[in-house]
Design a protein around this ligand. Sequence first.
Ligand SMILES: Nc1nc2c(ncn2[C@@H]2O[C@H](COP(=O)(O)OP(=O)(O)O)[C@@H](O)[C@H]2O)c(=O)[nH]1
Ligand SMILES: [Mg+2]
Length: 296
Amino acid sequence: MWGNIRKALSRTREGLKFKLADVFRSGGNREETLAALEEALLLADAGPEVSSRIIDNLRRKSQKTDLPEAIARLLGEEIKALLPPTAFDDALPDPFVLMMVGANGGGKTTSAAKLAYHFKGRGRTVLMAAADTFRAAALEQTELWGKKLGIPVVRGQYGADPASVVYDAVQSLRAHGLQILVIDTAGRLHTNHNLMQELDKIRRVAAREIPAAPHETLLVLDAAVGRNSLAQAREFLKFSGLTGIFLAKMDGTAKGGSVLSIADELKLPIKYVGTGEGEGDLAEFSAEDFTDALLS
Ligand SMILES: Nc1nc2c(ncn2[C@@H]2O[C@H](COP(=O)(O)OP(=O)(O)O)[C@@H](O)[C@H]2O)c(=O)[nH]1
Ligand SMILES: [Mg+2]
């Protein structure tokens, strides 16, 4: 039912495979193998720093072998070691508040709907807050998702204070005894300072109403933009409540290696990956699955 990370990584994997085939054909010169692996990582958008760090580690750890297959296996271990563990789901507090933030077009609204649907599928009762009051289309988009997925939506008026929408949503959550609130927010970056203040106000309102809320705040990044999304991400790091990354649009990009520099630079775990435009196109991120999907 859920989209899978292996399929989403197919383009990245094909790029890598092409390079790795060269490596295996070259058969046995360790420095050549390492150079080709580094090239493969760069091709997958893993970024120069992370790539050269991985290759240096490999050089040290592969002293005893020239076999490309053995070196490639070690590569898998290095990749896993770079990715922090990301456990999320099992013991959610009740109520649980999840907030999505990120630049326009990155995939926030879609990813919010996917997560709401994901929780619903696990038997939780869910409410969505359409708090991107900056764009009328965004409010409608959330409402349409709600109708399609059978999930109630508290929708703000166009131009309303998003924090007040969240306040209303919390009241509705309580009144109906629902368990999970997923908040969609605005993402315009040209008035960035205001946006960060607005997000902070949403957070304060949520925290005042429900202790420790929002329990998770996910920064939604566009995998198709690859490492270039890091510049935007840094802006959002100014908003200090982030707990993880939702990496949308992993399907159809060859830049899956950007996961490595994103996790490394932002010091945030990647929690979910978007694998398509449908509600079911969501994968929980796991370093094991990611590495296997990348290399095998
Ligand atoms: N292929 C693909 N498209 C996605 C994914 N997530 C979102 N999108 C598309 O990206 C576009 C922008 O998404 P939206 O949720 O409106 O972004 P927002 O502006 O951040 O709220 C829409 O056309 C979505 O269908 C994904 O995982 N894969
Ligand atoms: Mg949106």
